[in-house]
Design a protein around this ligand. Structure first.
Ligand code: CP
Length: 308
């Protein structure tokens, strides 16, 4: 039974709760693959997406997830809202509460903004990415994709390579995957590895080969130039050559190991185009997993136990 009011991150979320979201998400993904996308379980409920940062995948898939379930959706971009007139996050949340809104999906550049909002409003709050903190629904959709294609998560070896320092995706995957019994290896230039990840359960590797060796799946992470002040590596070309994931490095992984990326991807930097578009890539499939897992989460948060 999913008991939480909000989903703020995967830190501290139990394996049972993750399993419940993924199990429902997998059933919904099967329905979506059959083009069944007209449900009424969220009828009478409203969802506001409140985005203070750019997004394509996350915002659209939350909107589609809510609409496929029969809910009403309003999209607010901070750039065109009363935030520009100086309204605070808390006052924005209280305003939405006063309108009897049920769910707020928030993306914000400040780590902790969804928590502040969740403590203030009656609506359910879902973190759609907060600064460098967490992006829990991205990790849930990554886990759903891995579970679907590899049959489970326990015992999997997952290598994450890229801009780990600035990545909320890396942290949510670390918390989620380790809770589910997977091993998470990480590799990046030392400038892009923050302190403390080992204490959180990651295996920090000293080479790409070590990270990828025997891995069931390899995830590239976007180089987040918008959060960097420069000086982390000499150039994007050198990053790709010495730290990126390419066909040569993938030879160290398990045969047929899956290639993942949360998107948006810098083609030829984090991953080669051949890997992005290759047979083992599940990058497009991750996007469909995103709609399904967000449908599952909306149902579980607003209704508790759900049977399909
Ligand atoms: N993966 C992800 O969060 O993508 P968007 O920034 O497009 O939402």
């Amino acid at each position: 039974m999913f008991k939480s009011k909000d989903l703020l991150g995967l830190y501290g979320v139990s394996a049972e709760e993750i399993d419940e979201i993924l199990s429902l998400g997998l059933k919904l993904k099967e329905r979506l693959k059959r083009n069944e996308k007209s449900f009424d379980a969220l009828s009478g409920k409203s969802v506001v997406t409140l985005f203070y940062e750019n997004s394509t995948r996350t915002r659209c898939s939350f909107e589609l997830a809510a609409k496929f379930l029969g809910g009403k959706v309003i999209n607010i971009a901070a750039a065109t809202s009363s935030v520009q007139k100086g309204e605070t996050l808390v006052d924005t949340g209280k305003t939405l509460d006063a309108m009897k809104n049920d769910v707020i999906v928030i993306r914000h550049p400040m780590g902790g903004a969804p928590k502040l909002l969740g403590e203030t409003v009656k609506a359910h709050v879902i973190n759609a990415g907060d600064g460098m903190n967490e992006h829990p629904t991205q990790a849930l959709l990554d886990m759903l994709t891995l579970r679907e294609h590899l049959g489970g998560l326990r015992g999997l070896k997952v290598a994450i390579l890229g801009d780990i320092r600035h990545s909320r995706v890396a942290k949510s995957n670390l918390f989620g995957l380790t809770a589910m019994g997977a091993e998470v290896r990480m590799y990046a230039p030392k400038t892009l590895i923050p302190a403390g990840l080992e204490r959180m359960g990651a295996k920090i590797c000293s080479s790409r080969e070590e990270a990828v060796s025997g891995a069931d799946a390899v995830m590239g992470l976007r180089i987040q130039l918008e959060r960097q002040r420069g000086g982390n590596f000499p150039s994007l070309g050198e990053y790709a050559k010495y730290f990126g994931v390419n066909e040569e490095i993938m030879k160290y992984a398990k045969k047929g190991a899956l290639v993942l990326h949360p998107g948006p991807v810098n083609r030829g930097v984090e991953l080669t185009c051949g890997l992005i578009d290759g047979d083992t890539s599940r990058i497009e499939d991750q996007v469909l997993s995103g709609v399904a897992v967000r449908m599952a989460l909306l149902l579980l948060l607003t209704q508790g136990r759900v049977k399909l």
